[in-house]
Every structure is written in C-alpha cells, then in structure tokens.
Design a protein around this ligand. Structure first.
Ligand SMILES: Cc1cc2nc3c(=O)[nH]c(=O)nc-3n(C[C@H](O)[C@H](O)[C@H](O)COP(=O)(O)O)c2cc1C
Length: 218
C-alpha cells in the first residue's frame, strides 16, 4: 500500500508541473497574439500611409499629413462607429484638402474601409480601399492593385454628376459596376457620395476657415 504522505507529495508535484505548463502555454499564446496584432497593425499602417500618399501626392501639399491628423467620429454620413484618423493637407498653412475615413457598411462581405480625399472645392482628390473582405476576382476590384476602378471618382463632386447619377450604371447611374459583382461597387459609390455630403456640411471646420473669413467657395 502507498504511503499517504508520498502520494500527497506526488499529487502536489504533478499539480505544480501541470500549473507551470499551463502558465507557460498561456504566456506563449499571449506573446504570439501580441506579436501578430503588432504585425497586423503595422501592415495596416503601411497600407494607410501609401493610400494617403497616392490620394494626395507630396507635390500637392507642403505639410506632413500624419502630423496634421485629427479625429472624426460620425455615423450618419461616414458610418464610423468609433473615432478614426482624418488628415489635412496644407500649402503655406492653408488647408487645400482633407482625407476622410469612410465606411461602406453594405459590402458583399461586410464593411469596406475607405479613405476619401476631398479638395477644398469639394471635388474628389482620390479614393482608396484600405480594408475589406470582398471576394477575390469579384469585389476586390475596388483595390487599386487589382483594377483602376476607384480612379473613376477623381474630380467628381456632389453636383458632378448630379445626385441621381451617383449610382452604378445598373442602377441608372454613371459609375461602372464589375462583371458579376454589383453589390461592392454600389456600396462604395454610396459611401463616397456620403463623404462628400459630410464635407459639405462641415466644410468650414474641416478647412479651418476662420469665422470672419468670407467663404467664397475656393
Ligand atoms: C461566392 C460568391 C461571392 C461573391 N462575391 C461578391 C463580391 O465580393 N462582390 C459583389 O458585388 N458580388 C459578389 N457576388 C455576386 C453577388 O451575389 C451578386 O450576384 C452580384 O453582386 C450582382 O448583384 P445585383 O443582383 O444586385 O446586380 C458573389 C457571389 C458569389 C456566389
């Protein structure tokens, strides 16, 4: 028969070993998760940065866009559920354009995160999709690396085309859809239009126009 003292100490030893294993495993998982999260956020930061530079190339402003970032949190137009970074492009201290974060919630596979650059005159400087889960070969043509489709927005404004034409051609609008994939471009067209509406409503504060300066539309 086993000595009860020996059995107890054996159980205790095994429990300690098991506990140490569990702690080591949890620690390793936590370290791996943290490393993965850091790599993902670094990759997202790089995508964001290259999108900013593509929308508003250096020659169009003389400030550091990242240093002139500000926070926006708007649901009615931009569909942001939380604060996101937006950016001001300046020349000689004057805001010449802003880049707004915009969500298109009605993508085929959920939300599509966009950056929309808007010049001070309310026309689109450029649009880039920075995060989405649309289907490769179908909805992912919103990526500049896959097709030139997003370039269609450049120069468009709330009045050009007229609001009824801010839709894909299948819905009677001016924007191309993709073959076999209308849902994704439809969602993006709507989101870009809504970002222009947001800009129009908040123009003065976005462009940092002093209250007393007449807003002559330039
Ligand atoms: C597996 C699968 C993936 C699809 N992915 C997309 C997509 O990413 N974007 C998209 O617009 N449509 C996608 N479609 C097609 C849509 O279901 C839909 O048929 C298409 O967008 C046309 O929409 P409409 O009937 O409103 O014109 C996908 C279909 C299937 C079967």
């Amino acid at each position: 028969m086993d000595n009860p003292t020996t059995t107890r100490s054996s159980v205790l030893r095994n429990s300690i070993i098991l506990g140490l294993f569990a702690m080591a495993t949890v620690g390793m998982i936590a370290i791996t998760q943290q490393g993965t999260a850091e790599r993902i956020s670094e990759a997202q930061r790089r995508v964001q940065l290259s999108a900013l530079n593509e929308i508003l190339p250096h020659e169009q402003h003389d400030n550091d866009l990242l240093a002139d970032s500000f926070s926006v949190d708007d649901y009615p137009h931009l569909r942001l559920g939380a604060a996101h970074d937006a950016y001001r492009a300046k020349r000689d201290g004057k805001v010449v354009a802003v880049i707004l974060p915009v969500v298109a919630p009605e993508g085929y596979s959920g939300r599509i995160d966009l950056l929309v650059g808007i010049y001070a005159d309310g026309s689109v400087a450029g649009v880039r999709a920075v995060n989405h889960r649309e289907t490769p070969g179908l909805g992912d043509k919103i990526e500049i690396g896959k097709s030139q489709w997003v370039l269609e927005f450049k120069g468009k404004s709330l009045s050009m085309p007229v609001p009824e034409n801010w839709a894909v051609k299948k819905d009677g609008g001016k924007f191309d859809q993709f073959t076999g994939a209308t849902i994704t471009p439809r969602a993006v067209v709507k989101a870009v239009y809504q970002s222009l509406e947001y800009f129009a409503e908040h123009r003065r504060s976005l462009l940092q126009l002093p209250a007393e300066e007449p807003d002559n539309g330039n």
